[in-house]
Design a binder for this molecule. Structure first.
Ligand code: SF4
Ligand code: SF4
Length: 732
């Protein structure tokens, strides 16, 4: 019997691990078809180890969702502990009384192993409940599992259950067969409380029968485990293996904030002198880096990203989950072509050659069915253009993804190819790009309008060059970067005046660039027009450097992100603060003193590019908290989970014709708090939310949408109503 189980056990192991190994080797070769990673991605070993400890071992992101997070943690930690039982099982193939060296002498080991086996079973039950309650069959696209492969997910739960019960049965029979409780055999099993309970049930069958049960259960258990291992390499549960390298190699501190520069062949493209062979963006799946392909293979199909995506939640075809799954399935379908030598490709099947020619972005003819907007096998395109252009780059997907997939980078890389190589983008965005190119602002108003905002002020705003000098004087502490909206949008001008007035009130010497300021390039870059971004960014950096700027305050979340995080990529490094941070400092230093109550219920909307992209959650709230009488009511989706206003990713300048409107969704949530004031800290958010509020409450009691600085100004200078006249309907 012992010889038989050794032979069968080893045979199964060799065959199954051989199958799994062959598959992993194949996947490794598929990954190798990708481009080299960009400079700086590899090498930070300490950061990678910390990320593994925080994201994988401590399950940080998973535990944000309490019930599924705890269930996943129980299975993850359970399987880590149960690896010891796998070693014990293999040991017992050779010696039925095998126990692990040193720790195998202690009953506590058996207790811990059984405890985690129990936790695994409870977690499986929890997963079953979650999957039944959130079934796409009942919830439709509201379910985060909509579009996921449901059959394999159920099969994996079944396999986890099988692994655990066969383990417990083996150990229960082993206790009787090897006389654990009356000899020195297998000391750790004396503490294995569940196995002991099963042993009590099996004891009446006698030692010989228990020996047979032990052998059969051991072989079945090993078979299930090894079969599970093979299945994992063919399914979305590949994440069990791939999440470790994917998390280790992810961008740190996160793939939010700055976009990556365009890179080709592992080096950054020089946009002042691009090489003829340089890849500008991604037009074929093999033009993603191998880290991108690793991202696609690591997706667990958990749908956390999908559940938070503003595009998906307002009926658009974009789901970050379906996007990643579609790219993965396309990469695997194209793999035979990619791995074949040039001269072998003509000999491939028609299907293999057909899939190789499917464009990454093309008309899928999805006709309202979101699943049909993803066609990994073509023929029209792997993803529909409506998928690509629906993204607001809000980062909610990246924020939620438990395995650190970098959706926004991949989306922008595909946009770059569409814009730079194909000249394909939504028509209405063309006007914005044209305006940026010729007038350096998205509306084409031109530099001469950039100081109009300051005219109503009763003090003089210092402007670079106005006194003949071309450098910022020594007595000026802050350069106030006004931004295109802040200078040219009627409503945003009110914020600009409020901030200028507060700085003046606090005695802060500041200066503006006036006509020398251009758009930072944010909308061009997020549209994919890297040429235009580079042009605007280099021009601004030159202006800032020539002026000797070192400390910059901005009121726009997009300007903040671009100047602070992206200008270093083109040689401009400055201390950049958002006005919420600077005004907060002035309040703390008592240079600004609220003297009047603002008796209002206020809710605060986190701009994506201030909150999620730059982790600035507290300063705006602290600023509002310093206003006497103000009552802050949080929206259900706040801070990391804040819902986008719909303006990011250059969506501000595109028509929103699909589904419902993102800004109305967010405005409805804000109105539902009962607040009289919706405060934000970005001019684009304010525009979008104002539009949303006026659509939802055209005749009702007005809910105002305003910047946090205007709220503070009312407390500091209640006499200055004329600084912030009521919003005007017309905007540029
Ligand atoms: S960045 Fe925002 S809009 Fe784009 S896919 Fe992610 S969650 Fe959706
Ligand atoms: S991309 Fe990340 S969050 Fe989205 S389904 Fe895949 S693993 Fe889950």
């Amino acid at each position: 019997m012992n010889t038989l189980r050794l032979v069968v056990g080893l045979l199964m192991t060799v065959v199954m691990l051989g199958l799994a190994g062959r598959r992993l080797l194949y996947l490794y070769r598929v990954g190798g078809a990708g481009q080299p990673v960009e400079p700086g991605r590899l090498g930070a070993v300490g950061t990678a180890i910390r990320a593994e400890l925080v994201e994988v071992v401590a399950q940080r992101k998973l535990l944000r969702w309490t019930a599924p997070g705890l269930a996943h943690a129980a299975v993850f930690w359970g399987f880590c502990v149960l690896l010891l039982t796998v070693l014990e099982a293999f040991g017992s193939l050779f010696d039925p009384t095998f126990s692990l060296p040193v720790i195998g002498q202690f009953p506590v080991l058996g207790f811990v192993e059984d405890l985690f086996a129990l936790l695994c079973i409870l977690a499986v039950v929890a997963f079953v409940v979650i999957r039944v309650r959130e079934a796409p069959r009942d919830q439709g696209r509201r379910s985060r599992f909509f579009g996921s492969h449901l059959g394999p997910a159920w099969f994996v739960l079944f396999m986890i259950f099988n692994v655990v019960w066969t383990l417990l049965l083996t150990r229960g029979a082993q206790i009787n067969a090897q006389e654990v409780n009356t000899t020195d055999n297998l000391p750790f099993l004396r503490g294995a409380f569940l196995s002991q309970a099963i042993a009590s049930l099996l004891a009446p069958l006698g030692q010989d029968v228990n020996e047979v049960i032990e052998t059969v259960a051991l072989l079945v258990g090993l078979g299930v485990l090894l079969g599970f291992t093979v299945f994992v390499t063919y399914s979305k549960h590949l994440h069990i293996l791939l999440s470790l390298p994917n998390v280790a190699l992810a961008r740190r501190p996160s793939a939010l904030g700055a976009l990556l520069p365009v890179s080709s062949g592992g080096r950054e493209v020089d946009f002042e002198d691009p090489g003829e062979e340089d890849l500008l963006g991604v037009g074929n799946v093999e033009e993603f880096t191998w880290k991108g392909l690793l991202d696609f293979g690591t997706c667990t199909e958990c749908g956390r990203c999908q559940s938070q995506c503003p595009a998906w939640n307002t009926g658009k075809p974009l789901s970050p989950k379906l996007l990643i799954m579609g790219l993965r399935d396309h990469a695997l379908a194209k793999a035979p072509y990619l791995l074949a030598a040039e001269q072998e490709r003509d000999g491939l099947s028609d299907d293999a050659r057909a899939v190789a020619s499917v464009p990454l972005v093309g008309d899928t003819g999805y006709a309202g069915d979101p699943l049909a907007a993803y066609a990994p096998l073509g023929p029209g395109g792997v993803i529909d253009p409506d998928v690509l252009w629906s993204c607001t780059t809000c980062g909610a997907c990246v924020e939620q993804c438990p395995v650190d997939i970098e959706h926004v980078d991949h989306i922008v890389d595909m946009r770059r190819y569409q814009v730079l190589m194909e000249g394909a983008f939504p028509d209405e965005a063309g006007a914005m790009l044209n305006n940026l190119e010729h007038a350096a602002d998205p509306w084409g108003r031109g530099a001469s309008q950039r100081l109009a905002w300051a005219e109503p002020l009763d003090f003089e705003v210092r402007v670079l060059g106005a006194d003949g000098g071309d450098r910022i004087p020594d007595d000026v502490e802050w350069l106030f970067w006004v931004g295109c909206a802040g200078a040219l949008d009627d409503q945003a001008q009110r914020t600009t005046r409020a901030v200028a007035t507060l700085l003046h009130e606090a005695g802060v010497e500041f200066m503006v660039l006036g006509e020398a300021e251009s758009c930072t390039g944010d909308p061009a870059r997020r549209m994919g027009n890297e040429f235009l971004f580079q042009m605007l960014a280099r021009q601004n950096v030159q202006t800032l450097d020539d002026a000797g700027a070192t400390k910059i305050v901005v009121t726009c979340a997009h300007c903040f992100n671009t100047i602070a995080n992206e200008y270093p990529q083109v040689g401009g490094s400055y201390e950049v603060v958002h006005h919420s941070m600077l005004l907060g400092r002035l309040l703390a230093e008592k240079r600004l003193v609220p003297v009047s109550r603002v008796d209002r219920d206020v809710t605060y909307h986190d701009p994506c590019y201030l909150g999620r992209h730059n982790r600035i959650f507290a300063p705006p709230r602290e600023l509002l908290g310093a206003v006497p009488g103000l009552r802050l009511a949080e929206m259900p989706r706040a801070k990391e989970r804040a819902f986008c206003c719909g303006a990011g990713g250059a969506r501000m300048f595109m028509d929103e014709t699909l589904g419902t409107r993102i800004n109305e969704n967010r405005a409805a949530e804000a109105i539902a708090t009962g607040a009289q004031t919706i405060a934000a800290a970005c001019p684009f958010c304010i525009t979008m939310l104002s539009d949303g509020v006026s659509t939802l409450r055209p005749d009702d009691a007005p809910v105002e949408v305003t910047d946090i600085a205007e709220v503070l100004l009312r407390a500091v200078r209640p006499d200055l109503d004329d600084v912030s006249p009521p919003p005007q309907a017309a905007r540029p």
